[in-house]
Design a protein around this ligand. Structure first.
Ligand SMILES: Nc1ncnc2c1ncn2[C@@H]1O[C@H](COP(=O)(O)OP(=O)(O)OP(=O)(O)O)[C@@H](O)[C@H]1O
Ligand SMILES: Nc1ncnc2c1ncn2[C@@H]1O[C@H](COP(=O)(O)OP(=O)(O)OP(=O)(O)O)[C@@H](O)[C@H]1O
Ligand SMILES: [Mg+2]
Ligand SMILES: [Mg+2]
Lengths: 225, 225
């Protein structure tokens, strides 16, 4: 499903170059359940952004489902991002003055789903993440962990085959965090491919493969038997 | 230092009332080191905002240093917030297009410190949180955990006597998180009062008192001997 070959990502700030990723090569099959770990600033979100077609490598190639992503045009990329990939951002990226419900409906509006059906689907997934009685709150009228769960619900509502979740439990107490990981586990059993950035070892232990980054390189890549 | 008596906080959204805090009474002395824990949505950030003079109770009284906060005017409140309290927000609240250095200088600009001295102080505290080579990055050019550390640095730079940190390690790997807690520990030994919201038991165990919230009420309040 995912094939990266010798990917480099360097940010350029005026005269300064920030080498965020260095010689990253990896292969991920369909239906894998992967944790990405590493110190703050080691390149995890940068790697996730490239995998999620939100950013492009400086050099190197990235194949998603055997298509060379650098050969796709903006419309094709937008379509992949909205229908095939569910992305939970580290900083949520919700519309602050729209309700939780509206935020979760957005991917379904994009895919043209009729209004009654999309409301029902959005409500179902909000209920699954425990936000049944917070649906009408605007996202700036929610707690940090509630916003995080709206971001998770929005990523899942389209039932995307690839789920990229960047520290999805960072703002959650351990019980609520485990409920979220339970949802990820079930999606994995249903055939979805799940990639989680986490800094919690107990979460990484529940996945099937742990990739560790350090200073922009892959330090280790271990599959569970 | 902090005395809350029968504090209630209810948010009003049109016709809906959200009772975020219910009958909260607590006393905190100078130089305490307190953890506040509880499920997502239990009222922790709401409590912190009232303690930090960023919000007011719906009913009940709040004394800070024996002054009734509800009797203070805007200028007095602003002065307390900027010189006596250091607040690390759960969502950082940095200026996205200003550098890490500028963000950390802000409280010192407010207190009228001369430019050379304030740059030095800001650089020192950024170095202490491990951001020595990220000082000139704008905050939207930083990783999640780097932004969190800028928010921490900004809260500490004025050497405030009361530090309120709302989930300061939520976006940090465990090693970086421990370095931050180490800084808090040292400030506590120097006489500062520290209140941390955390959902990590290993962090709460290092404090001297754990207050647990559930559904807007204090469920337990335990001091270490
Ligand atoms: N501006 C607001 N308007 C309406 N309700 C709000 C507002 N801010 C927070 N709430 C509600 O008040 C309750 C308490 O919120 P608070 O942010 O204090 O929770 P918290 O304990 O910090 O949660 P978390 O661990 O998820 O950050 C939540 O259920 C939330 O939905
Ligand atoms: N837009 C940008 N411009 C310049 N440098 C950047 C930019 N975004 C990120 N960086 C730098 O690239 C490095 C990797 O960033 P990245 O966000 O991938 O880290 P991360 O592993 O996700 O960290 P965290 O655990 O703190 O979220 C960081 O050192 C960061 O300062
Ligand atoms: Mg990150
Ligand atoms: Mg909170």
């Amino acid at each position: 499903l995912i094939k990266m070959n010798n990917v480099f990502k360097t940010y350029v700030l005026g005269e300064v170059k920030v080498p965020a990723l260095h010689a990253i090569s990896l292969n991920l099959e369909d239906n894998e359940y992967v944790a990405i770990m590493g110190p703050s600033g080691s390149g995890k979100s940068t790697l996730m952004n490239i995998m999620g077609c939100l950013d492009t490598p400086t050099t190197g190639t990235y194949y998603l489902g055997r298509k060379d992503v650098s050969s796709l045009n903006d419309n094709q990329l937008s379509d992949i991002r909205n229908t095939k990939i569910g992305f939970v951002f580290q900083t949520f990226n919700l519309l602050p003055r729209s309700s939780a419900l509206r935020n979760v409906e957005l991917p379904l509006i994009y895919s043209g789903m009729p209004s009654l059906k999309r409301k029902q689907l959005a409500m179902d997934v909000l209920e699954r993440v425990g936000l049944n009685d917070r649906m009408m709150h605007k996202s700036n009228e929610l707690s940090g962990g509630e916003r995080q769960r709206v971001a998770i619900a929005r990523a899942l509502v389209n039932k995307p085959s690839l789920i990229l979740a960047d520290e999805p439990t960072g703002n959650l107490d351990s019980k609520t965090g485990e409920e979220i990981i339970e949802i990820m586990q079930r999606l994995h059993e249903h055939g979805n491919t799940i990639i989680l950035v986490t800094h919690e070892e107990y979460i990484a232990k529940q996945t099937k493969r742990i990739i560790r980054l350090r200073d922009g390189v892959i330090e280790s890549d271990e599959k569970k038997i």
